[in-house]
Write a protein that binds this ligand. Structure first.
Ligand SMILES: *Cc1c(COP(=O)(O)O)cnc(C)c1O
Length: 356
């Protein structure tokens, strides 16, 4: 028998999530963001479920080539652009849209020998201070790019640092206006949060990522509970051991959990080497046999323990949902002090994945 842990991906939910993104931004085209191997879901497994998208956005060449080899003929946006001038040969071959965020990229584009011009996303830094030109430089860079025979369609792009909050994009939007004064240009600004919550930032192309996978851009499931978005990934395992504790008995490494009275606990085949967060404290939500309960003690590499008090019928072989439709990944993440993004991206290679 194989180890009982399994991740299953609901591709129907993914299709619906894309539909919900489209309804949220009905006048924009959609870049479906599939970076980081489709947020840990596996680009190969999920891309066809997103076949109704207008384009895919990601950032490593291998993944872009995979999409082309699987037959995707539509646009592919490289969110961080090329990392080395030599990459442009592959951009040319596979017809990739590149972001340009630094001067050296501009020069590389100028000097490249391409078979046909490449579409370019000029990236403006609107306050995140990671990549991009300052707003006051945008017009100059725009004209420089416009003058290059190697540049096809030009679009202005920026990324919000704080679109989860009602007032969070105001300053960034002011900088976009400053950067584009008098410039007629296509724009792409919105991540998932802005796609859902800031229609004034939608413009020509939106770039949703996390909502396609059915988790919340704010980290709070509550914030998307009424949107119809559905979790795509369910991580399940089973109870492989049962212990009955007496008052004072402790559980796991460091003995960080102490039983207050007699208590049954189940040992689940799932640990941090599967991608379950080691920082999840006792009480992190988990579903056992369809009943909500909590973890107890420190998460180990290959196992974790759960309280069986609310589900006395549970025993060896009882199914456990670690996250998915019942236990939202956002809730597990916030218990562990992180966000759903990190957990889904960190699903370990050793966990078998099936699509349903
Ligand atoms: C990751 C990313 C996105 C998608 O962000 P979500 O919060 O997952 O919607 C959009 N644009 C850029 C530039 C990104 O890096």
């Amino acid at each position: 028998m194989t180890r009982p842990i399994l991740a299953s991906l609901d591709l129907q939910a993914m299709k619906q999530n894309l539909g919900i993104a489209r309804q949220a931004a009905p006048n924009s085209r959609i870049w479906s963001v599939v970076k980081a191997n489709a947020y840990g879901h596996g680009i190969d497994r999920v891309w066809s479920a997103l076949g109704a998208t207008d384009g895919f956005a990601l950032l490593n060449l291998e993944e872009a080539v995979t999409l082309r080899e699987r037959g995707w003929k539509g646009p592919i946006l490289m969110l961080e652009g090329f990392f080395h001038a030599e990459d442009l040969a592959l951009y040319d071959k596979y017809r990739l849209t590149t972001s340009v965020h630094s001067n050296w990229q501009l020069k590389a584009l100028q000097n490249a020998r391409l078979n046909a011009p490449l579409d370019v996303y000029l990236k403006v830094n609107t306050g995140m201070n990671r990549l991009g030109f300052l707003p006051e430089r945008v017009q100059t860079v725009w004209q420089q790019l416009r003058a290059l025979p190697n540049v096809g369609e030009l679009t202005l792009m920026s990324h919000f640092a704080d679109a989860e909050h009602p007032d969070g994009i105001r300053e960034a939007m002011a900088r976009v206006s400053q950067a584009t004064e008098g410039l007629e240009c296509r724009r792409s600004l919105s991540n998932s949060a802005a796609t859902l919550w800031h229609p004034e930032a939608h413009f020509d192309w939106v770039r949703p990522g996390i909502i396609l996978y059915g988790a919340s851009p704010s980290g709070e499931w509550q914030d998307i509970a009424n949107t119809g978005l559905k979790p795509v990934m369910t991580l399940r395992s089973e109870i492989i051991g049962v212990q009955t504790l007496k008052a004072g008995d402790r559980v796991g490494y460091g003995g960080r959990y102490t039983a207050r009275g007699e208590q049954r606990i189940g040992i689940v085949a799932a640990g941090y080497a599967d991608g379950y967060p080691r920082h999840a404290p006792s009480g992190t939500p988990v579903f056992v046999d369809g009943v909500r309960t909590g973890t107890v003690g420190t998460v180990s590499m290959d196992m974790l323990a759960v309280d069986l008090t609310p589900c006395p019928q549970a025993g060896i072989g009882t199914p456990v949902e670690l996250w998915g439709k019942e236990v939202k990944i956002d809730d597990v993440a916030s218990a562990a002090g992180t966000v759903g993004y990190e957990l889904m991206c960190a699903l370990a290679l050793r966990v078998p994945v099936v699509t349903v």
